[in-house]
Design a protein around this ligand. Structure first.
Ligand code: ZN
Ligand code: ZN
Length: 124
């Protein structure tokens, strides 16, 4: 499945996907950004990043992921990915979880490629 996200938008190209591809068989999410950069997330990495209130907690309370749960195969099985407006994607997981809206800026910020990892180390 391939989603084509707002190509031609005036948003900064670094946080605007040109193409989003969910490879469900391989359990990978690939994002090609308008500046030409590519980001690949394994489903497991993506599941751990879930920004929803249930996983992350809210109002100072810890979320489910903060309890360091052992994720089941269903919980890390990428079933579907939907675009949310022009700013985020919402993956659906094998356990039915689909409330996490991942903003493009988060997905770009957490890019795990060698280049981005190196530049994060310089910053911190
Ligand atoms: Zn969540
Ligand atoms: Zn990167």
């Amino acid at each position: 499945m391939t989603l084509h996200a707002n190509a031609g938008s005036a948003d900064p190209s670094a946080t605007t996907p040109a193409r989003i591809h969910a490879d469900r068989a391989a359990g990978l999410l690939e994002i090609e950004w308008q500046d030409g950069h590519r980001t690949t997330y394994a489903a497991l990495e993506l599941r751990w990043l879930c920004p929803c209130a249930y996983c992350r907690g809210e109002a100072g309370l810890p979320g489910w992921l903060d309890t360091a749960p052992t994720l089941t195969a269903d919980q890390t099985r990428l079933v579907d990915v939907h675009l949310v407006g022009s700013y985020a994607i919402a993956p659906s997981w094998g356990d039915g979880h689909h409330s996490g809206f991942y903003p493009f800026s988060l997905l770009r910020d957490r890019c795990g490629c060698a280049t981005c990892t190196a530049s994060r180390e310089v910053r911190s």
